[in-house]
Design a binder for this molecule. Structure first.
Ligand code: NAD
Length: 465
């Protein structure tokens, strides 16, 4: 079969599933909470029963330790589905609203209807979690879903395909493995909603494709998430938390601290605490640590190695790490200081195990650094001084913020997760995800008569309203 015929086959397959889902969407829209919860339970049970296979797939994709898979992929999915199961009945109920004076004689409520046929495009860095969590939210809201996982983690994508074709008919949930071409074929279709997780650059492509059909979008993107450590912070604890949040998944986490802004009076102490934290977690030879996974592929290894080399050649100081092995896509946990804004590493999202440390003298200077860049997905504040925390909060904007820790907010089911502008549009997680996948339909009922006094011919009464 030639490539051209293969492509036509994929296109036809995609179109036929899309039409089947469109035909099925209304009957799914009318499903009650019990039916939707049965589907969520199937997802939950499968996940729990296949933990080992999920761990193996992720290990084969980029040597992710099964314990880290449990932490970053499975626990999040299990927690999210349990949360949806607990609350779905109440979320699905129409929300009645008070009647304002000018509407006396009417009643109104907001009804949550599924958007319809949804497309989910997911990335490779937490490929199971970032596919199944939005899928569960879409199912809870009563939608059909076509899912396109990342081509960079083929073992997990194949497992997702197996899982979801075992659990669902394709007129309800279908998986399309493949690369950019498959993604673009999907993006040509008039979906009712697109939920995309990935880079800001591809987010823009997704949004312009969606604009052609006025499809609503949720864009979960990335960027440079700053981490402030002020002079009042507990240095040792801050260092441990930052090192964990940065080097888990080899720095390939959308909300990993991208760079640290530390008060200059404690910069050296923080750097030595970070070095100890790295050694405690991964030993003196992180390459041998089973807990330290790898960069996903050679293209990303070369990109990161390029950023590292350029920084060092231009005067950055290598505080720890810097060892690389391209045959294994390995870069040691690395800390750099003495950076300048002109270095590429300070201009793009790093998304790997390299942590730049910048110092500041005043709070205004720290905020100036953050505001010279796009609004981040996450911003972290390590401080024990309320007035400093308030200043940093009041003078910045970010998708989410954690005070005195990092990354853990992703697991909180009661707060929205998402970015702002360049780091994302829309929110996900728990009720926020349910709402994102729902049309909030305003329903109003006239109970008594008509508002005849506002009809022409107008009386002086109308001008005085
Ligand atoms: P990516 O944007 O390269 O790819 C994401 C998905 O888009 C993949 O499925 C890919 O096949 C598809 N894609 C790639 N090019 C495309 C194109 N031209 N047209 C249509 N589809 C295309 O992102 P990635 O490398 O997989 O993931 C890393 C990025 O994702 C980082 O920027 C990271 O911060 C971000 N991210 C964000 C979150 C979040 O929740 N906000 C979570 C994880 C990752």
């Amino acid at each position: 079969m030639t490539l051209a015929t293969q492509n036509i086959d994929i296109e036809q397959d995609i179109l036929s599933v899309f039409n089947a889902q469109k035909n099925n969407a209304q009957s799914l829209a009318n499903t009650n909470a019990k039916i939707r919860k049965d589907k969520l339970r199937k997802l939950l049970d499968w996940t729990i029963a296949h933990e080992e296979q999920i761990g193996k797939a992720l290990f084969n994709d980029f040597k992710k330790n099964p314990a880290e898979t449990n932490l970053g992929e499975i626990l999040g999915v299990v927690g999210e589905i349990k949360h949806l199961l607990k609350h779905l009945n109440s979320w699905m109920k129409p929300q009645s609203v008070p009647t304002p004076m000018n509407m006396i004689g009417t009643s109104a409520h907001v009804r949550f209807e599924p958007k319809g046929v949804c497309l989910i495009i997911s990335p490779w860095n937490y490929p199971f979690n970032l596919s199944i969590k939005p899928l569960a939210q879409a199912i809870a809201a009563g939608n059909t879903v076509m899912l396109k996982p990342s081509e960079l983690t083929p073992n997990t994508s194949a497992l997702l395909k197996k899982m979801l074709s075992e659990l669902f008919e394709e007129n309800e949930v279908a998986v399309f493995e493949g690369d950019v071409e498959v993604s673009q074929t999907l993006l040509n279709l008039p979906f009712n909603h697109i939920f995309f997780t990935g880079s800001p650059a591809i987010g823009k492509i997704v949004m312009s494709a969606a604009a052609k059909n006025l499809t609503s979008v949720t864009l979960e993107l990335g960027g440079k998430s700053p981490c402030i450590v002020d002079e009042t912070a507990n240095i040792k604890k801050a260092a441990e938390k930052i090192a964990w949040g940065k080097f888990i998944n080899n720095g390939q986490t959308c909300i990993a601290p991208d760079y640290v802004l530390v008060h200059k009076s404690i910069a050296q102490e923080l750097i030595s605490s970070l070095k100890s934290a790295i050694t405690t977690m991964y030993g003196n030879e992180p390459k041998l640590s089973p807990d330290y996974c790898r960069i996903v592929n050679n293209r990303h290894f070369n990109r990161l190695n390029g950023l590292l080399k350029e920084a060092v050649e231009n005067g950055a100081t290598l505080e720890i790490g810097g060892q690389t092995d391209d045959s294994d896509n390995y870069i040691a946990p690395t800390i750099l200081s003495s950076l300048t804004d002109s270095m590429k590493i300070m201009q793009e999202e790093i998304f790997g195990p390299i942590l730049p440390i910048l110092s500041f003298s005043t709070n205004e200077e720290a905020i100036g650094q953050i505001k010279s860049r796009e609004k981040p997905l996450a911003m972290y504040i390590n401080s024990n001084k309320e007035s400093n925390i308030k200043y940093f909060m009041d003078n910045s904007s970010a998708g989410g913020t954690v005070i005195n820790d990092c990354v853990i907010h992703y697991g909180h089911t009661e707060i929205p997760f998402g970015g702002v502008n360049n780091s994302g549009i829309g929110k996900s997680g728990g009720i926020w995800g349910f709402i994102e996948f729902s049309n909030q339909r305003a329903v109003m009922r006239q109970k008594f008569g008509t508002f005849k006094m506002i009809y022409p011919p107008y009386t002086p009464f109308v001008s005085k309203l």
